[in-house]
Design a protein around this ligand. Structure first.
Ligand SMILES: [Zn+2]
Length: 739
């Protein structure tokens, strides 16, 4: 399952694009928030500078960022009663110490060869909803107007942020103002100093770190710099607030979610798939907070800047309604999201429904593309896949669960493959050239995707050993004349793996299981449906791959991960499940060979943007740093640590839970099944896994024997074993605050 977006492309792109304002103009509103949210947005977007002030040794401290300014400040007009923007031109300095986290310090060394972020600058653009203006102006009323240079800086900031991060800063400010968030929001971008252009972001409700950086473990601050070679950002530092560090506890980012979407009702018109995906999305929502006026949603974030994909192929809102009435929506070019502006504020627990109609060139046609099959090259038919499997419809927060009803209108030569149960597949009334296919997913899941092609379905009814349930198992294949695929082999492997894991980790809970031909070099395991390449050759690599993807039904779908720090519970567990299956399906020595290879990868030097780095991958950081382990100086560290080290941590626990005299490993599987049971249809964290593992460990034969022989005070070696097991999980995660 690859939900982590690796924005790592080698091609270059530099195409300056005009920026279109969706809601241009609009006078600066003087009233306080909710009544006129769209006017406030328009004023924020306009970024008009109306006054200036000379700065002499002005010091500004925002969280761990310390800035000094000598030069000229230009301020924006008051919006909603307060000044929300400033531009600085002159000489300034910036400094931020990393938090007390080994990973953050080492990350700075890797990326900047420095022990703190320090730079001079000649320009800065600041946007905020906090008291920054009051801190800077100190009551002295500024006067005068702005220079063309200052106006140019103010105008260039937002379009650049949209393109480089997908974030809409004015929309973020509007959420802060209209929903009456405290503390306020702050972002500053510095330029023309020794570190080039870089940005300090302080988002105390964690919205931008979650939506635009996938950093969702409660981090509120980021310092980052865009790198066009990567089509992405170097995150120099990520940190909690100073207050969080003082308290030594921090909540996960989901504590700041504004809504839950209980149900999606989607209607997809894919009758012109090469041109447009037309999508009507109904969302049944419930407010999680009082004063809810503005709701940010994510969409299109899986599209890269590369080839201007996020600009040209994105799903764009064409119309919207709220309970049948009007609904304002903000969505800009390049934006990795959109914002709903409700006509009136909602209270906590209030339910409401919105409907959006979106269009975009979001499907890619594989017709004529070739893939290698053994020694032959096969030209693909017109199979259509989403450009991003996970960001084609609007969502809120991270891995929130919903039920889905999905209806597809398509031409008759195609079949639709998606998650859940197919409830109808029929001609569209009298029109025999078009069809309507409907699927339902009544279990609450975090993601759905779909594919469309001239699929031929290979279906078998498989009996699951656990409970004797009989469920359909299906492979959406290609015609044998296009590409011979051994469907019976793939379906047999899927069935075997499903049976194997049902016994080990608890009954498979969904009513169907399928896989769909996916002509790319990776697989993804969605609830009830795998997207997999045609892996039909008997080898340990095939077994471990199909079993890994199948195991995601438990690790990722039944039990999701709560933040990027917990993603190893999905990938590492799926990888170890794949090893267990391979040992049974093939032979034990295959598992041993694969594990040796994993260990070798951990001890190998990290790959870098330009070649091979120094040291070992395993020393880049603890596996709970998830996708943050991926940087230009450690391009393979995310994969090797979350997949391989994650699998080896489970291997170690399996060993410790196994009865040394009988070799019985059942206590390990009892623990794993209990872990599934306790987190079913929810989210697990590294800590909650440790809790379950610890509770079960005291009952293992090793631990019981130890107590019996040595009494409670003894057991040094075994207890060390236990500690080591925990360290494998906890390394670098001394507590929630310190990483
Ligand atoms: Zn996976």
């Amino acid at each position: 399952m690859r939900f982590f977006k690796c924005r790592y492309f080698r091609c270059l792109l530099a195409l300056a694009l005009g920026f279109l304002l969706l809601f241009a103009g609009g006078a600066a509103a003087q009233q306080s928030a909710p009544g006129n949210a769209m006017e406030i947005y328009a004023a924020l977007k306009k970024a008009e500078l109306v006054s200036l002030m000379r700065a002499e040794n002005v010091v500004l401290k925002r969280d761990r960022g310390e800035m000094t300014f000598n030069g000229m400040f230009y301020f924006g007009a008051p919006i909603g009663g307060k000044v929300r923007s400033a531009v600085f031109i002159g000489k300034g300095t910036f400094r931020a110490e990393p938090p007390a986290s080994l990973f953050e310090r080492e990350n700075l060394q890797r990326l900047l060869k420095a022990d703190k972020v320090e730079s001079d600058f000649q320009t800065a653009v600041l946007r905020f909803t906090d008291d920054t203006y009051e801190m800077l102006a100190k009551g002295a009323p500024p006067s005068g107007g702005a220079t063309p240079e200052a106006m140019k800086l103010a105008a260039g900031f937002e379009p650049r942020m949209l393109k480089e991060t997908g974030a809409n800063i004015s929309a973020r400010q509007l959420v802060s103002i209209a929903n009456q968030e405290t503390p306020g929001f702050f972002v500053a971008q510095f330029d023309k100093g020794e570190r080039g252009r870089f940005t300090l972001l302080l988002d105390y409700q964690t919205r931008m770190p979650v939506a635009n950086f996938d950093i969702n473990g409660g981090e509120k601050g980021l310092i980052f710099a865009y790198r066009k070679e990567m089509f992405g950002n170097d995150v120099w530092l990520a940190f909690y607030s100073l207050e969080d560090y003082q308290k030594r506890i921090v909540s996960y980012s989901d504590a700041f979610d504004l809504i839950a979407i209980s149900k999606f009702t989607m209607n997809a018109d894919v009758r012109e798939p090469r041109k447009t995906l037309r999508l009507t999305v109904g969302m049944d929502m419930v407010s999680a907070v009082d004063h809810l006026r503005v709701i940010p949603l994510v969409i299109n974030e899986g599209l890269s800047e590369y080839d201007n994909d996020r600009l040209k192929k994105a799903m764009r809102v064409k119309s919207a309604s709220l309970g049948g009435g009007p609904l304002d929506v903000i969505q800009e070019d390049w934006e990795a999201g959109l914002t709903l502006v409700l006509p009136a504020a909602r209270k906590a627990d209030e339910k409401f429904s919105a409907e959006l109609f979106l269009e975009g060139n979001f499907l890619r046609d594989e017709a004529g593309n070739v893939i290698l099959r053994g020694f032959s090259v096969v030209s693909l038919p017109d199979c259509l896949y989403l450009r991003s499997n996970t960001s084609w419809y609007p969502r809120h927060g991270y891995l929130k669960r919903s039920i889905f009803q999905m209806t597809f209108h398509h031409r008759k030569q195609y079949r639709i493959a998606t998650v859940g149960t197919r409830v109808r597949e029929e001609f569209a009334g009298e029109n025999k050239s078009e069809m309507v296919t409907e699927y339902r997913m009544d279990h609450r899941v975090a993601f759905v995707t779909f594919a469309m092609g001239p699929f031929e379905r290979y279906a078998e009814k498989a009996k699951l050993q656990q409970g004797g349930a009989e469920i359909p198992i299906e492979f959406n294949s290609l015609s044998g004349s296009v590409m011979p695929i051994k469907e019976d082999f793939i379906v047999a492997e899927m069935t075997n793996a499903l049976n194997f894991f049902s016994v080990m980790f608890g009954a498979y809970p969904y009513p169907t299981f399928s896989a769909t031909f996916h002509p790319f070099g990776f697989g993804q395991g969605f609830p009830t449906m795998l997207m997999i390449p045609p892996t039909d050759r008997a080898s340990k690599y095939t077994y471990v791959f199909v079993a890994h993807e199948t195991a995601h039904q438990w690790w990722g779908n039944v039990v999701a991960w709560r933040s990027y720090r917990d993603q190893w519970l999905s990938e590492g567990f799926a990888e170890y499940s794949g090893l267990l299956y391979t040992a049974r399906r093939d032979r034990y020595s295959s598992q041993v060979e694969l594990m040796k290879w994993m260990r070798d990868q951990l001890n190998a030097p990290p790959g870098t943007e330009l070649g091979i780095g120094k040291g070992r991958v395993t020393d880049i950081g603890p596996l709970i740093l998830g996708q943050r382990l991926f940087t230009r100086e450690s391009v393979n560290a995310y994969y090797v640590l979350t997949y391989y080290k994650g699998a080896l941590v489970l291997r170690m626990l399996h060993f410790l839970f196994t009865n040394p005299s009988t070799g019985d490993g059942q206590p390990f599987f009892d623990m794993m099944s209990d872990f599934v049971k306790r987190h079913k249809d929810g989210w697990a964290t590294t800590e909650s896994f440790m809790q379950v593992a610890s509770e079960h460990f005291v009952r293992t034969p090793r631990q019981r024997a130890e107590r019996l022989v040595h009494g409670a005070a003894a057991g040094g070696e075994l207890r060390q074993g236990q500690e080591r097991a925990r360290d494998g999980v906890r390394a670098g995660h001394a507590d929630a605050v310190q990483h």
